[in-house]
Design a protein around this ligand. Structure first.
Ligand code: SAH
Length: 366
């Protein structure tokens, strides 16, 4: 391999899917006359037993660690803030190398530990009830910053190990497929993070080319679609993206997806929670055999919407089930730490006041 010129940034090993990273390392090892097993040995220290520097890979000879550090980067996410909810949910704010902030939420539930991860800094979609939408789009994240969120929590003391991943943090994952696709490989591959494909869910507003790309992957990754309104007229007012990808096309894409999809439906008081909405939504769900997840509006940064009351949510769920639609009501988690999409970053930027008492809110890291 030729030397990397001074001006070119070193390749970050965390930006490559497993096969590509291992191939790169194998080539590099071969050039140096090192045995091939060194490549998988290094790769094992990126994700499975992660360390934050080549220097810390103490099972390797020191000259080899130094040479690796001269050829490759091993980026780390800088933890800016860590908040713990009284329900055990924890929220992490990471500062990226260019000063952007992204959020990750760790949600324990029995023997499950779900990480809600971000795929973009900010978001371009401007859904009316979403705090991330308000801040606008900053930039796409790289695999080292997407899968890197899981790596960062695994490097904490004590580590937090996820059983499930949902792409329901900041951003629209299917508008960053270039980085999300290798990130899915890193999350799923047994040599990297080893999380079963059925335990990894991509949530989207319904970006059609992305849904097709996800469907073409052989693994059984799950797809959740943010529906939020059962007619184009209403959905357009809540989700501007509906103009580009109207409901009928989204439902058709869901029908053609070879796995069962989930509809996400945020319950907005007096807006989309009436009996006629349940009837319309049931029809859409039946058209593509979708499972419906009703989501109570997370009140922090709720943009003028009010949450639907619990009895009305229950009645709505009952109306869907009566029409043969499998329905679950999601429990809100992390209410005291503004754990909904975009809220921590928004708080950091001073757009809204904290909503919980200080002692259970923040553990300052930086
Ligand atoms: N862009 C993707 C993934 C990120 S948002 C998508 O829209 O699906 C993840 C989910 O959180 C979406 O269903 C989104 O509509 C929902 N969400 C955003 N703000 C919310 C809030 N204040 N309360 C409840 N859910 C919210």
């Amino acid at each position: 391999m030729t030397a990397v010129p001074e001006s070119t940034p070193l390749p970050d090993l965390l930006d490559f899917a497993p096969d590509a990273a291992i191939a790169l390392l194998q080539e590099w090892m071969a050039d140096r006359g090192e045995p091939a097993y060194r490549a998988t040995q290094v790769f094992g220290r990126l994700w499975q037993r992660p360390v934050d520097s080549f220097e810390a890979m103490t099972e390797l000879p020191k000259p080899l660690r130094e040479a690796l550090a001269q050829s490759f980067r091993l980026s780390s996410l800088e933890l800016a803030t860590r908040q713990r909810s009284n329900d055990g949910t924890e929220k992490f704010l990471f500062r990226l190398h260019d000063g952007q902030f992204i959020e990750t939420v760790a949600i324990p539930d029995g023997d499950r530990m779900t990480f809600c991860i971000s795929s973009q800094a900010g978001c371009a979609l401007k859904c009316a009830f979403c705090a991330t939408g308000v801040m606008g789009f900053q930039r796409n994240l790289h695999p080292s910053e997407i899968a890197g969120q899981v790596r960062a929590l695994r490097m904490l003391e004590p580590p937090i190990i996820p059983t499930n991943i949902v792409f329901m943090g900041m951003g629209e994952p299917l508008m960053n497929w270039k980085a999300v696709s290798p990130s899915l490989s890193l999350l799923n591959d047994a040599r990297a993070l080893g999380i079963g494909a059925r335990h990894i869910t991509i949530s989207t507003v319904g970006i059609l080319p992305g849904i097709i790309a996800l469907g073409e992957r052989p693994e059984q990754f799950r797809l959740a679609i943010s529906i939020h309104a059962p007619s184009d007229a209403l959905r357009k007012t809540l989700m501007p993206v509906n103009t580009k990808y109207p409901l009928a096309e989204v439902i058709e894409a869901a029908r053609q997806f070879d796995r069962r999809v989930t509809f996400e439906y945020v319950m907005l008081g007096g807006v989309n929670d009436q009996p006629e909405h349940a009837a319309q939504l049931a029809q859409l769900a039946r058209d593509c055999r979708a499972f419906v997840n009703l989501i109570p509006l997370h009140p922090g940064g709720s943009m003028g919407f009010t949450p639907t009351s619990a009895p009305v949510i229950t009645a709505f769920a009952k109306a869907l089930r009566a029409r043969g639609v499998e329905t679950a009501v999601r429990r809100s988690r992390g209410l005291d730490i503004a754990a909904a999409c975009g809220q921590l970053r928004t708080e950091r930027l001073g757009r809204r006041a904290p909503i919980a008492s200080d002692e259970d809110r923040e553990i300052h890291i930086a």
